[in-house]
Structures are given as C-alpha cells and as structure tokens.
Design a protein around this ligand. Sequence first.
Ligand code: ADP
Ligand code: ZN
Ligand code: ZN
Length: 731
Amino acid sequence: MTAHSLIRVAINVPLRKSFDYLPPPDGQYAYALPGCRVRVPFGNKSVIGIILEIHNRQSDFELKAVTELLDTEPILDDKLLELLNWASHYYHHPVGEVIAAALPAMVRQGKDITQETDTFWQIKTDLRGIEADLQRAPKQRMLYEIIAARHGCYESSLKAMFQSPQPSLKILQKKGLIVRSKPTGNQQSISIKTPDFGLNTAQAAALKAIISADKTFHSHLLYGVTGSGKTEVYLHASQHFLEQGKQVLILVPEIGLTPQLLESFQQRFQIGITQLHSGLSNGERKRAWLDSRSGNARIVIGTRSAVFTPMFNPGLIIVDEEHDGSFKQMEGFRYSARDIAIKRAAMLNLPILLGSATPSLESLHNTYQSKSRLLTLPERAANAIHPQIFRLDMRNQKLEGGLTRTTINAITEELKQGGQVLLFLNRRGYAPSLICSDCGWVAECQRCDIRMTVHKRVQRLRCHVCSHEKPLPGQCPNCDSHNLINIGQGTERLEEFLGRRFPDTGVLRIDRDTTRRKNTFEKMIRSIRSGQQKILLGTQMIAKGHHFPQVGTVIILNADYGIYGLDFRAQEHMAQILTQVAGRAGRASKTGKVYIQTRHPEHPFFISLEKLGYEQFARELSHIRKKTSMPPFSYLALLRAEANNKNLVEKFMQYTTNILRTIPANGIDILGPSMAPLERKAGHFHMQILINARRRQALHHLLNQAITQLDTSKISRRVRWSIDIDPYDLY
Ligand code: ADP
Ligand code: ZN
Ligand code: ZN
C-alpha cells in the first residue's frame, strides 16, 4: 500500500454513498483489506464501518483517518461483498444499510468475533448397562446418543439443536458418561440415517437433475403438491453435497417453518446444523453466523436475512416455499431473499433449488424461458388420494356463526370419525368493525383510513395497520347508545362459536394473537400433529407447509376477498392459499374433503382453478399478466413517499414525476403520482408512483438518474421516500 492509499468505507447511514478515510495508525496497514471492520470518526461520533476498497484516487476533501482496524482478516469474503454491492445497486439502496442488514447485531456493533474456545465432548462409557440410568432423562439420552453417533461433538453444535444443553451435559459428565476432549478429526464425517423407503421415479429424476451438474450454476424449480416428497428430495440432494464436504444453505419464509425442517435434517444427518432467525438471542445469532462462516455448521437453516450468511464451502442453496411473500422485505432495505439467493448461487456457480406446491408466476415463467428447470413431483409420495372439493353457496342460507349447515354437518361428521378439522379464516380478532346501530357511528383509527378491529378477550379496539389501540367502548361515543354491534367475523369470534357448538371437543386457534409468546407456535403445531386437538382454526399461519396428517376436513371461509382483491397479485395469491390449505386435507391414507364457502360459487376463478389445477391456472393468470404488461412480463419499481403534511407529499411527488418524465427513456410507463390505496397511515399521507418498464436495464438507468437529482434536492429531505424494486404488492 502506498502512502497515498485511501480506504473507502461503508457506513450504516441512509445515504447512497461510501466514505474515504486515511489509513489507520501504523502497524495496522497490512491487514486493512476489503471486508474488514473499522472504527471511524463520522460527524461528531465514532461508528463501525466495513472496508469496501483500498484505492489511490484523489480526494477533494480533507480526510480523517481510520481510528482502529477491528479485524485482522475480512469478516466478509470477496464474493459476499460483491453480492452486497450488487444488491445495493439493484435495489438502489445505500450500501452501508445493505451490509448492516447482512450482519448479526453483535458483529455490526464491532464486538470481537474471534471464535471463543468451543468445548468438544466425547463419550467415555458405552451406553450398554447404563440404559436404566438415562431412561428417565430423555434429553440427556438424546445428547449422549448424538455425541456417540458423531464420534464427538462441539458444544456449539448441540446448542444449535437444543435449548440450553449445558446442565444436561454437566450431569452426563458427572455420571462419567462423557468427557471434554480434543476433536478427533473425524467428527465431520457424516453419519446418515437412511429412511426405509427409496425415492419414487419422479423424486429420483429430480435428484438426478440436481446433482448431475453439481459444480455449476443451475436453477431448479421443484414443483410438487403438498406431501409429494419435496423434503425428501431436499434431503437426498443435501446428502450429495455434504458427502463432498460442502455446506447447504436452506431458506424458509417464516420462523415457524424452521423446527419442522430442522427436525427432518437432524433425524437424517448427524452433523453440525445451525439455524438463523429472529427468535434467537444476539449471542446465538452471532454463534450461528460464525459456525456457518467457519464451516463448523454444515447445514444452515434460516429465514430471509440468512441469505447473506457467510459460508466456508457452500455447495447447494435451497429455497423452500419459494412463492411466499415473506421472502420480500417490505421495509427499509426492500429485498427479495429468493431473488438474492438465485444471484448468490450464480455468483458462486452453484445449483439452487426452489421448492413449492404453488410456484410463483415469476419462477414458472423462468422455467418457460429455460432460465430454470422445472422438476415436477406429480403424485403424493405415500399414495394418498387427492382431496375432494365442494363449493358451498352462502347466499340465501341461514348461517350459524358464519357457517352454512353443510359446513357444520361436515365438521360433525369428521369429528365422529375421529379425524381433525381445519378451518381457515384470514382475519384475526373478534370482528372487523364495531358500529352503533342507533346513529351509525363506526370505530375508526384516528391515524389511518381504516376501521378498528374488535378484540373481545382483551376488551380492546386495535388498528391492524398502525397497531394503535384503545379500550373497547361500552357505549357509543357519539350518541351514548348501548347498541354497539360487532360486524363481520374474525378468528376469535369463530373460536367462540365453535367452542359453544362443539363444547366437548375443544378448539385450537392459531393466529398472531395466540402465538405471540416464544415457542407457543411450535407447541401448537406439535399438539396438532399428536392428534390431541380436533378442531383447528387459524389464519394463513396454518396454510403454510405444515404436515398435519390427521386432518380430514378443511373448511375455507371468506374466500371471496381474494378474488376481488385490487392488487395485481391478488388472484395468484388466493390460488396459492386455496391450494396450500386444501393440501392439508387427507395427507395420510384417507381422502380429504375441502369445503369452500363463497358468495360467488360460479366465479370463473374457482371453476378454472379446480378444473385446471394450479399450474395450468397459473399459466392462464400469466396470459393476463402478459396482456396487461405486468410482471413477469415487465419490471416494476414503486416510488413511495409520505409526510404528515398532504401538500408536501403532493409537491414532492409532482417534482419527482417531472424529473422522471424529462429523462429520456424507452418502453417505460410512469403511472401516477396517485394516493396510496390506504391514503392515511399512522397519521401520514402516502402517495406513490409506479414505474413499469419493458426492460430492466432501462428501468435502472432511469432510476439512477432520477435518484441523483432527488438526492440533491431540498424537498426530498422534507418527506420520507423510498424505492421498492420488484414490489410484492402495490400497497
Ligand atoms: P413435501 O415436502 O412435498 O410436503 P415430504 O417430503 O414431507 O413432502 O413427504 C411427505 C410424506 O411422504 C413424508 O411423511 C415422507 O416421509 C413420505 N415420503 C416421501 N418420499 C417418499 C417415498 N419415496 N416413499 C414413501 N414415502 C415417502
Ligand atoms: Zn351512536
Ligand atoms: Zn391505524
């Protein structure tokens, strides 16, 4: 490094630029590499940044020096840094914030990350003869068995599998069953518990496709109905790469789906597995991140931001439930973890496997364009039969608790046979509105243009948009009448009704309100699978990839809102939910039944979906998208702005529109500015401009120029504005 070298640093601030510094004090020069953390003066503060590059270009400013170099080797390797830089450009988001999103809090805060010494446990005595000793201590026994099967194991790996294993390990040590020792070296060899069935033809074909070119970038879409054995393909494909000493990264859309997948992988592989999601403490997250980086963890299962986990020797990336909107971050750095995963696989030259029972139109389109290979699992693996579907006309029916007579009979019938019933209602709370029957007053949020939801058990009114809440009024605030009535039905109300109607059965409600506490969701899923709970009721939390083999009857309430949804993805989304929920029925050996309550039983949406099946139906939706020039046939960016002053947002948006319209661009439509579908949210006025481009290049070119102008304008500092590339919805 010459004396003139400058260090360019990314800092976690909402500015679309990076910052130059002079090198750190003597002695630290040699180690200053891209990907290392540094402490730098910024304004009148001292902050942590990441070195992006070391360069010799002139600077026009008087520069300060790096205060301290925090790492002697990069914490982010070149490839990961390249990916983050790419993401910053692609999403037009400040690189410092992009990198911050990729790091666990403790790493971001500059904490020391040299690996703490990790205890390595080995067995001392053979289990024979001491079985009685461990009979009543299942956790100790499990720990012992894992340590034995792996010929020794790091405590950190055990921590990734069990909650606080230390007390049990201490007891095992006291009993003389295990000892601390040096790693024997063969702990990385994997022991595999093979299942007692082989892959069926479709699974075997899929596996072959995935592993046939195992060292080059290939994108595969594994499309298989629920229960068709996708997880089994994930397991076999992973095995192939693990046996080569490589790592596997698995992304799931929601934290609730990690335990299930974790269990499948733990049962199959006695190997370092770690998980990364928001349910971990900061320390656990750092640990998992380091384990993945060092190669100590061979399998990493995580939610959205795990796509950025550094890996020592990556071999395969799997994205489960790839169609799920939760892969899209909707605030701040608005990225799609699925799309970044594909980019990462391409940069690393690895295969990527996207799995779903209801693939997104984007991913299906990629297969039609031969950018991705379609691997289909057409049948249910364990020979279960496809469910029967009944549409129930709700018009002119006497409803009881929102249910038709046929629906209630279906529940009764299923319960009589000892099976489980699952009711799906995508609306939590007791009732979506509260009105006064005397004067017509409606409970509305003061800060949003929306009605407040009644939550009866806690006696509160809550806004589901801004979370504002207040006590449930006993009388009308307008006319003092006591005739306040609940309109409509949420999960809480349905639970109350079912509890009354089937008093001997018990009802389990699963929604955001009943699963707030840590681990309750997991416990509920387990109690469903054990068959204890007979009537299950929930929002789309239960529509996602869970295995409930004893559910014989599925009931879908309020299916109509999705058909008439305004968003361009509304029908795709509804088709996915219906197909997923229906897929919960009759997974084991008996035919499942699905009842859909609707006021539009003859709507082409239902008829086509049933007649054509999901894939053909998706093709039809695709034709509509093509005709209307919407994704995947065009590329969207949504520019949003908000302020507490309506005039100000309007002025900013007019200004922005003028900029956009004066930049020469081909094949681009600029729609707006318009008020956002929900004009007032949390006291702020929201407006948006939709940019629709035939070519992605043109879109980015336009945005780059517009942003440069916006960033230097005064008015842009008086509103909150953002850019959403490939928006998931237009709200
Ligand atoms: P998906 O992930 O597509 O929902 P899974 O892989 O979990 O499906 O498989 C569903 C069930 O079928 C599981 O209980 C699994 O053990 C079983 N299964 C998977 N593949 C086979 C196979 N080839 N033969 C028999 N059973 C299978
Ligand atoms: Zn009133
Ligand atoms: Zn509100």
